[in-house]
Design a protein around this ligand. Structure first.
Ligand code: 13P
Length: 252
């Protein structure tokens, strides 16, 4: 189902105390907002998920994971499986973030396996993808994005898409302060919907939430979110401060 979503990807930030303080701050600051059809999500590190879930209990704040391993269990030192996440009460996981792809070698093939493992365990997925600066400069960004979707997601049946949220994050805009213009975001989001309609149907295309990520800040969120195919944002740096994150939530 298509929702408006503001999700904070906390990456490797915040210890246990900071996680609890931040969630407390967010839940307090959104209490009086009217958030109809709008989801507010935060993604702390694995070790802070349980504390985060506890702090977010009985509030609008959803606590989700940043990653998981594709195997059900086994000799994978340091990894966490989908069923482990489910067992502590996690409902949603981010997959395919560009930092996972570039720093930890996650390929489309691995991501397709992770997608299957997450869905089999009943997890919803926020699936990240986006082109590099060189792809955009060489005008290959549409092809790159289409291939990322095709390779990791297009083996799925249409029904599986009720549990997929897409997050278009152009790599050149992540943590750089350089945002895609609202027009560039809209152009890509409309393209993605078109690709979904061609591969599946208009129901899948229209019902899938597509978020934009990459240097979304309080001063640019409203303009980006005002675009018709942009359903919200996946926020890095600006989600680490209650005031900034709240302003971005208000923008939606
Ligand atoms: P920034 O908002 O810090 O650019 O990070 C975006 C991001 O990577 C969210 O997943």
């Amino acid at each position: 189902m298509r929702h408006k979503i503001v999700a904070g990807n906390w990456k490797m930030h915040n210890d246990s105390k900071e996680t609890k303080t931040l969630i407390k701050g967010v839940r307090k600051s959104i209490k009086k907002l009217s958030l109809k059809n709008t989801r507010v999500i935060v993604a702390p590190t694995f070790v802070n998920l349980t504390a985060g879930l506890k702090k977010a209990k009985k509030s609008k704040v959803e606590v989700i994971a940043q990653n998981m391993h594709q195997a059900k269990s086994g000799a994978f030192t340091g990894e966490v499986s989908a069923s482990m996440l489910k067992s502590i009460g996690i409902q949603t996981v981010i997959l395919g973030h560009s930092e996972r792809r570039t720093l930890f070698g996650e390929t489309d093939v691995i991501l397709a396996e992770k997608v299957n493992a997450a869905l089999e365990s009943g997890l919803e997925i926020i699936f990240c993808f986006g082109e590099l600066l060189e792809d955009r400069k060489s005008e290959n960004h549409f092809t790159v994005v289409e291939n990322q979707l095709k390779n990791a997601l297009f083996h799925l049946e249409p029904i599986a898409w009720v549990n997929i949220v897409l997050a278009y994050e152009p790599v050149w805009a992540i943590g750089t302060g350089e945002t895609a213009t609202p027009e560039q975001a809209q152009e890509m989001h409309a393209f993605i919907r078109d690709v979904l309609a061609k591969k599946y149907n208009t129901v899948v295309a229209e019902n899938t939430s597509i978020l934009y990520g990459g240097s979304v800040k309080p001063n640019n969120a409203q303009e980006i979110f005002s675009k018709k195919d942009v359903d919200g944002g996946l926020i890095g740096g600006a989600s680490l401060k209650v005031e900034d994150f709240t302003e971005i939530i208000k923008a939606i």
